[in-house]
Design a protein around this ligand. Structure first.
Ligand code: GAR
Length: 197
């Protein structure tokens, strides 16, 4: 009997990384394990909800505006993730800072579009592009209650060519993200890396 592992993917917007994780993992079997992706968002209007629906997946919506404080939102998120029995929690474009209410109870990883510790925060791609550096990159790190500050698990460099525009650089960042995140997820779930393409 295959063991089913549940991966909760938290997102707030477009959801390309969510979709990439769905296509690479959801309903697929890796040796004696099979994977279930559960999309979770804090925004009822997030485009990723539509992406998930195209694969027959219902998104769990916890609208942060309906909560009085960060802590009460985080507490609701924690109980939802426990209810789902998530084996892994992945933040992929989840644009919320979480408090200790979350980090003391949930182990999660986060995808960030820069070479941390450089360019933390919500404008990493643009700041990185305008920095004058010849490379930017992407990072997957553990989540703690500091902004983009947890232990770094993996990174990839992305070249900034003189011919790049912000848009072309962003496309390269997205491409790197779509490689690094599944790779880290496979590693953390102990799946064979060659199986995830
Ligand atoms: C990604 O670039 C991700 O690294 C970034 O949001 C984007 C979401 O794209 N996350 C952060 O900036 C977190 N600080 P997507 O919705 O298409 O997956």
């Amino acid at each position: 009997m295959a063991q089913t592992l549940t991966v909760a993917v938290l997102f707030s917007g477009n959801g390309t990384n969510l979709e990439n994780l769905i296509t690479r993992f959801h309903g697929r079997r890796f040796g004696d394990k099979s994977i279930r992706i559960v999309p979770v968002t804090n925004r009822p209007d997030a485009y990723g909800i539509k992406r998930a629906r195209a694969y027959g997946l219902q998104t769990v919506v916890l609208d942060h505006k309906k909560f009085e404080s960060r802590e009460s939102f985080d507490a609701a998120m924690v109980s939802k993730l426990k209810e789902l029995s998530a084996d892994l929690v992945v933040m992929a474009g989840f644009m919320r800072i979480v408090t200790e209410v979350f980090t003391s109870q949930v182990e999660a990883i986060n995808l960030h579009p820069s070479l941390l510790p450089l360019f933390k925060g919500a404008h990493a791609i643009e700041e990185s592009f305008k920095s004058g550096m010849k490379v930017g990159g992407v990072t997957v790190h553990r989540v703690d209650s500091t902004l983009d500050g947890g232990e770094i698990l993996d990174q990839m460099c992305v070249k900034i060519d003189p011919s790049d525009t912000l848009e072309s650089f962003e496309a390269k960042i997205r491409e790197a993200e779509h490689e690094i995140l599944p790779r880290t997820v496979a590693k953390l779930l102990d799946l064979p890396a060659e199986g995830i393409d």
